[in-house]
Ligand binder design. Structure first.
Ligand code: GRF
Length: 199
């Protein structure tokens, strides 16, 4: 695969999206950031898209109150921009069935823990890291997986373990994990492009 087009869905800060865009800009990734979609009109992700001059759309229940219409709008926006792989980067909404069907096996997500541990509906952001700390686990990590109908349950493409250190807080742990997230997402896309991982 060469010159593949990436479509991003992000709800907030968009730092994972940015690390992938940076890798594309540096030529580290043979891919083109094709479009950014956010369900949050005030997201950092939309600001980043604007500064990178990537087409960007706010698509949410505010712009499409009917869930099916929103799903079609997301799917059609990705299709219009000829996206090959959809990258969820901190996207807080469940992907609709029409979008999953159109991009079956080509939607990736990043989760800040070692799935299947500490995943599922409602497990996102600080909640994940708090659950890890509360569990007493000695390690956490990052998982990249294919998105299916069920939250956080699609085939795992890559995982990296990270130690939980004595005295870690949600903040220290999430910062350590985030640094690894930025590397592993780029690496995984690189391996897909190289054909080492088949979608
Ligand atoms: C990351 O921790 C990611 O694992 C999770 O949401 C967070 C998004 O961070 N799915 P950012 O918006 O990419 O900075």
């Amino acid at each position: 695969m060469t010159n593949i087009k990436l479509g991003f869905l992000a709800s907030h800060r968009g730092s994972n999206m940015q690390s992938i865009i940076d890798a594309c800009n540096k030529g580290e990734l043979d891919a083109i950031p094709g479009v950014v979609i956010s369900n949050n009109g005030d997201s950092g992700a939309l600001d980043r898209a604007a500064s990178e001059q990537i087409p960007a759309y706010h698509l949410s229940s505010k712009t499409y109150p009917e869930p099916d219409e929103l799903d079609y709008a997301i799917r059609d926006t990705l299709l219009k921009h000829e996206v090959d792989i959809v990258i969820l980067a901190g996207f807080m909404k469940k992907i609709g069935q029409h979008t999953i069907d159109a991009f079956a096996g080509r939607i990736l997500n990043i989760h800040p823990a070692l799935l299947p541990k500490h995943g599922g509906k409602g497990m996102f952001g600080a909640k994940v890291h708090k659950a890890v700390l509360d569990s007493g686990d000695k390690e956490t990590g990052v998982t990249i997986h294919v998105v299916t109908d069920n939250y956080d349950q699609g085939p795992i493409l890559a995982q990296l373990a990270i130690p939980v250190l004595e005295g870690d807080t949600v903040d220290t742990l999430s910062n350590r994990v985030l640094t690894v997230e930025h590397q592993i997402y780029v690496d995984t896309i690189k391996r897909i492009i190289a054909g080492d991982i088949q979608l």
